[in-house]
Design a protein around this ligand. Structure first.
Ligand code: URA
Length: 245
């Protein structure tokens, strides 16, 4: 673990400018256990144990870089700066929006899709989760405009379905029927608007879409739309077993 100046570490975590952090330190507002750290120019080695003892204004330090969080994305917010409307980043605490490295979404959900969305500042982890090579499963609950015709599960499982404008068929998708107009699908790819385009190719239309699982990580029933949760090592292992390089 590399050492870093305390003022730089806290500035990178969004606590203010380096000058503001030096002021916080001089005012005794940064503490390690019972001791005030009064000079933020000193270098520190930010191990998890060290960070667990650090407080700013009596509050535990925000997660160190390498942070992964789960958001229950509500309908109507967008993951992309290119789309109109409020961004998912607006749901983060203000300090987390100032972090460097910044938090990014791990893949995207459409504006009108709700559910499990992960965010991280760890670029390597992000790439491992979205890499098709690692086959991280994504499960969606789908409400359809019209009743199933009957062959959808077989067509999806066959791995032969072509989306409009594409030449490579989709990898097999597992579909479970919940009712004639409601299904669960489990995909390992993440093509653009995949679920909506998949059901369009099957002659239907997706009315509502919600993601409730990625890998072995489920959206907890008590995580309300708009709420977020910081993930721990066990959650990451459930998402992406460590054998997936
Ligand atoms: N497939 C879609 O069509 N939209 C999403 O948001 C996710 C998967």
């Amino acid at each position: 673990m590399k050492s870093i100046r305390l003022d730089k570490l806290l500035a990178n975590l969004g606590y203010g400018s380096r000058r503001e952090i030096q002021m916080l330190a001089r005012q005794g507002r940064i503490r390690l256990g019972d001791d005030a750290l009064t000079t933020a120019e000193d270098r520190v080695t930010p191990t998890p144990d060290w960070a667990a003892g650090l407080t700013v204004d009596g509050e535990p330090l925000d997660p160190l870089p390498g942070m992964v969080l789960m958001l229950h994305k509500p309908l109507g917010v967008t993951c992309s700066h290119k789309e109109a409307g409020p961004l998912v980043y607006g749901l983060l605490p203000a300090r987390w929006r100032r972090r460097d490295p910044a938090l990014s979404t791990i893949g995207r959900l459409d504006k009108e899709t709700s559910g499990l969305l992960l965010m991280t500042d760890d670029g390597a982890l992000l790439h491992r989760v979205i890499s098709p090579k690692n086959h991280v499963e994504k499960r969606y609950r789908v409400a359809l405009a019209r009743p199933l015709r009957g062959d959808e599960a077989d067509v999806l499982a066959a791995g032969t379905l072509l989306l409009e404008g594409e030449e490579k068929p989709l990898l097999p998708v597992a579909m479970t029927e919940r009712s004639p107009t409601e299904v669960d699908v489990v995909l390992t790819e993440g093509r653009y608007h995949q679920v909506r385009r998949m059901f369009a190719a099957l002659g239907n239309h997706v009315e509502a879409l919600h993601r409730d699982r990625m890998g072995g990580l489920e959206l907890p029933a008590d995580l309300e739309p708009g709420a977020l949760k910081v993930l721990d090592a066990a959650d990451i292992e459930a998402l992406l077993p460590s054998r997936a390089a």
